[in-house]
Ligand binder design. Structure first.
Ligand SMILES: Nc1nc2c(c(=O)[nH]1)N[C@@H](CN(C=O)c1ccc(C(=O)N[C@@H](CCC(=O)O)C(=O)O)cc1)CN2
Length: 109
């Protein structure tokens, strides 16, 4: 369903997107700006959460998953942290319903 259609069917509903970044890479900043701009143009309430490069694994993803105002979540790669990070583990921690990139591995039933 297109965002406009969704908003008219679900009167006033505004989908929320969050882009999670760890660190401050210039290339990631550019990609994120483009994503936020594109989302805003089609009526998505897009936000950017930048964690410091001292951030640790997936606690942040888990708390964002639980936020009902975040309907879609993008974990911007690479994760630019001074701590060991397993990108697969982090992207797989994204709730499948919120997985904008379609990168969550789901076990077949
Ligand atoms: N969460 C994600 N992180 C990263 C992704 C991603 O898809 N999801 N990909 C890259 C960075 N990136 C977007 O974030 C990205 C990098 C390069 C390109 C690209 O090569 N685009 C094409 C043009 C495509 C077009 O105009 O339609 C090109 O430049 O030739 C796109 C996205 C790492 N992190």
């Amino acid at each position: 369903m297109e965002v406009q259609e969704m908003r008219s069917v679900l009167s006033g509903f505004r989908p929320g997107l969050l882009v999670l970044q760890v660190g401050d890479r210039a290339d990631s900043n550019l990609y994120i700006s483009a994503k936020l701009r594109a989302a805003a143009q089609i009526g998505i309430d897009a936000k950017h959460l930048r964690l410091p490069s001292s951030a640790t694994q997936d606690q942040s993803v888990l708390s964002i998953n639980a936020d009902p105002a975040v309907h879609g979540l993008i974990v911007q790669l690479p994760l630019d942290s001074v701590n060991p990070m397993d990108p697969e583990r982090i992207t797989n921690a994204v709730s499948p319903e919120k997985d904008v990139d379609g990168s969550v591995f789901r076990k077949p039933h």
